[in-house]
Design a protein around this ligand. Structure first.
Ligand SMILES: [Zn+2]
Length: 107
């Protein structure tokens, strides 16, 4: 009987559509916003709109100095060589986002 895979397919498509539709429709929760942009830091000052108390900040790790050769090898092996060789240098930075003017910057 070849009907089982067809039935699974028939059920999986609407379920996937409902999940994707529901996910794109719903509002972002404060918790998700905190994950994405960081926690509100009342001491931070926004250099773009000169206001204080609207700035979120969080730690970000930025890759620094990946060589061209390594990057090409990573592309050719689908990122496997980067895992094997290791990402070169990592830089710990702070990403800040101003709720008032919407600017995002890193320092
Ligand atoms: Zn601002």
């Amino acid at each position: 009987m070849e009907i089982i895979p067809y039935l699974i397919f028939l059920v999986a498509i609407p379920v996937a559509v409902i999940i994707i539709y529901g996910y794109s429709r719903r509002e972002e929760t404060p918790y998700e916003k905190e994950i994405r942009l960081g926690r509100l830091n009342p001491e931070l000052f926004c250099p773009h709109c000169q206001s204080k108390g609207f700035v979120r900040d969080k730690w970000v790790t930025q890759k620094a100095g990946i060589s061209g050769g390594k990057a090409t090898a990573a592309v050719l092996t689908g990122g496997l060589s980067l895992l094997a060789v290791g990402l070169s240098r990592k830089q710990q930075l702070t990403q800040a986002h101003c709720e008032k003017c919407g600017s995002t910057w890193v320092f």
